[in-house]
Design a binder for this molecule. Structure first.
Ligand SMILES: Nc1ncnc2c1ncn2[C@@H]1O[C@H](COP(=O)(O)OP(=O)(O)O)[C@@H](O)[C@H]1O
Ligand SMILES: [Mg+2]
Length: 308
């Protein structure tokens, strides 16, 4: 069994009062998370990411479909002990200190006291909060709260770590800290499944991604397969070329004095353009290759403005 998580045709509808305004949120979510990888579950706000994570963590029941976690079905409660979960907006008792929170959560998980005494400092060190554990959570920054939340999710040394929007609301330093911690978890052999609408973060650390749009996975796979190594087009800046007619296959984007910005989508045409520019005494000032980004891929699936 190589999958950490498998979802097949998962459906969920939230029913309004007297069935008025029922909302079909998950429309057959299917995805496979291989073990030992960082898997990004991406989609715009309202796509159904949190609903899916709640089903996986047992907080909600699906209406239909199959879920297998570390090779076990949803009905098998014992698998919960091998999952760590950081909710989207974790509710912390903010009068507790970081240390008290971890102790409290550890007791709820049934971790024996001697084990907790050993484990808590290790986790505090791992998330960079050693020395801050006596501070009340109300004095923690957003980044510190996310890190103590991550420590809480790791208390039971889980094989599968599930994080809901772990980087949202953080500044660039906070986001990098969380990314580094996620990379560290993979290095320890854990599987990380996290949801995000922040594509730049996902692009930096994910091995695989799924893109969820309106309750359906529209694309799934290794990041490099989805993005491809291929260059989509080049933007070429040529100076001193006011009278030059670019070869066929080029499109002129802008002209400013004698400077022309030309877009080219084939390598032969690019070489042709460079040769012709030289022959006419113009100088090529810049050639910028563009690859498809996760953002482009994401936007190509998002109808209209991207959320409902
Ligand atoms: N308990 C609920 N009752 C009714 N609608 C809900 C409930 N939870 C979520 N929704 C709706 O389901 C949709 C998906 O929500 P969510 O799973 O939180 O999306 P995401 O995490 O991708 O932003 C949203 O339109 C949301 O309003
Ligand atoms: Mg969400």
């Amino acid at each position: 069994m190589d999958e950490a998580l498998l979802l097949k045709g998962v459906e969920k509808t939230f029913r309004g009062h007297l069935s008025i305004g029922s909302h079909h949120v998950l429309r057959g979510v299917t995805l496979t998370v291989p073990r030992g990888l960082i898997y990004g579950f991406l989609g715009p706000n309202g796509a159904g990411k949190t609903t899916t994570l709640k089903i996986v963590t047992g907080l909600l029941f699906p209406d239909a479909g199959e879920v297998s976690i570390l090779g076990q079905g949803l009905g098998d409660g014992s698998v919960r002990a091998r999952i760590g979960f950081l909710p989207e907006t974790p509710y912390f008792y903010d009068y507790l200190t970081g240390h008290e929170l971890l102790t409290f959560m550890g007791r709820l998980l049934g971790i024996p006291s001697p084990r907790l005494v050993e484990r808590i400092p290790v986790l505090l060190r791992a998330v960079g909060l050693l020395g801050k554990e006596k501070l009340q959570l109300r004095k923690y920054s957003k980044g510190m709260l996310q890190r103590i939340g991550l420590a809480q999710a790791l208390l039971n040394d889980p094989d599968l770590v599930i994080l809901d929007e772990p980087t949202s609301g953080l500044d660039p330093i906070g986001r990098r800290e969380i990314r580094d911690l996620i990379l560290e978890l993979r290095a320890q052999g854990k599987t990380v499944f996290f949801s995000s609408h922040i594509l730049a973060d996902a692009e930096m650390i994910c091995d695989q991604v799924a893109i969820l749009i309106r309750g359906k996975v529209v694309q799934e796979g290794p990041l490099e397969d989805l993005l491809g190594g291929e260059i989509q087009f080049w933007d070429v800046t040529v100076r001193g070329a006011a009278g030059m007619v670019p070869p066929p296959g080029c499109s002129v984007l802008t002209r400013l004095g004698t400077q022309v910005l030309i877009r080219v989508d084939r390598e032969e045409v690019l070489q042709d353009l460079i040769d012709r520019s030289r022959a006419e005494g113009a100088s090529v000032r810049g050639v910028v290759p563009h690859k498809i980004s996760l953002e482009d891929l994401f936007m190509s699936h998002v109808p209209g403005e991207g959320s409902r």
